[in-house]
Design a protein around this ligand. Structure first.
Ligand SMILES: [Zn+2]
Length: 172
């Protein structure tokens, strides 16, 4: 599991300080910012927006279709989320699980949250739930997928599919 949870500690998100206040350097806060346009969402890799949270693809995925669900509000602890935020966040995780199954047909999905940098959080101040689709034997794929060039092509393709698969009802 050590390997599984480390690749998304990419250097560009690693220096973000832990805080419950909005952070200018927080890329999740930047992605959460509204209003947005379809073009901006595509650029940010935001595949869905919900009342209290949003779904974003990981630019440095562990595996194809690696997405994250994050609350709109900059908050680093589950215990500091409101009931509404928790409900909306986990409803969206459930929706994301369904979308991944329908679109990418994985054999399994890792769902996980790293709370705090000691636990491996790349953005400790803004919690996010990782969903990583898994296929039998996909471990052999990792060196290939780690190539940025390969990934960026796949990211776009996967973005279009996932974006279309999520309900466009942003008021949910
Ligand atoms: Zn943030």
């Amino acid at each position: 599991m050590q390997n599984l949870w480390s690749p998304w500690r990419s250097h560009y998100i690693q220096s973000v300080a832990s805080s419950t206040e909005a952070d200018n350097d927080c890329f999740l806060c930047a992605a959460a910012e509204l209003p947005s346009t379809p073009e901006r969402d595509a650029e940010l890799l935001v595949v869905a927006r919900r009342k209290e949270c949003f779904v974003i693809m990981n630019r440095f995925p562990y595996n194809a279709g690696h997405i994250m669900v994050a609350p709109n509000r900059h908050c680093g602890e589950l215990r500091l989320l409101t009931d509404d935020e928790v409900t909306n966040l986990f409803r969206t995780v459930r929706e994301a699980e369904d979308v991944l199954h329908r679109i990418l047909k994985p054999h399994g999905i890792n769902v996980g949250i790293n709370l705090g940098s000691a636990a491996g959080a790349g953005v400790p101040g803004h919690l996010h739930v990782h969903l990583v689709p898994r296929w039998n034997g996909d471990v052999n794929f990792m060196p290939v997928l780690a190539e940025v060039k390969v990934i960026s092509e796949r990211l776009e393709e996967t973005y279009v599919k996932l974006h279309a698969a999520f309900s466009s009802d942003n008021s949910r």
